[in-house]
Write a protein that binds this ligand. Structure first.
Ligand code: 4NP
Length: 143
């Protein structure tokens, strides 16, 4: 799961998808395309909205997406078109490129950083719905 800072959207996406998958069969992680927040915990507002929904993301630490991630993950979901452009530019092979998709298909998960708590609730709901579908697809692929 990839966004810009790895403190607002993608930590939520990591926590939400993990909560819907059997933990011993899937590796779910998140990263940012920017280095601003490396090592920081998620934004307090993301931690709060996750906690309101029974998910603890407070232990996560921001990291920057790296070239190696293409080799370590089968799917790379990005939150918006800017993330998509940045990650696609890092792809070295057609296989790498094929792994990358917008989490919402054609739509974006809007950046809530400069907004208020309502924006974080909206982001939670968008990601939660997408991960319902995604977790079913991933478990079907695996069985
Ligand atoms: P995220 O949100 O990409 O969902 O983690 C942002 C976090 C930080 C900044 C921008 C977006 N920032 O400019 O520091």
């Amino acid at each position: 799961m990839v966004c810009l800072g790895n403190i607002c959207r993608s930590p939520l996406a990591e926590g939400i998808l993990k909560s819907k998958l059997p933990y011993d069969h899937f590796k779910v992680d998140s990263a940012g395309t920017a280095a601003y927040h490396i090592g920081n915990p998620p934004d307090k507002r993301s931690i709060a909205v996750a906690a309101q929904n029974g998910i603890d993301i407070s232990h996560q630490k921001a990291r920057k997406f790296s070239q190696d991630d293409f080799d370590h993950f089968d799917k790379i979901f990005v939150m918006d078109h800017s993330n998509l452009d940045n990650i696609m530019q890092m792809a070295l092979t057609p296989d790498d490129l094929n792994k990358v998709a917008l989490l919402l298909g054609e739509d974006e998960v809007p950046d809530p950083y400069y907004g208020n708590e309502n924006g974080f609730k909206k982001v939670f709901d968008l990601i939660d719905r997408a991960c319902d579908q995604l977790s079913e697809e991933l478990q079907k692929m695996q069985s």
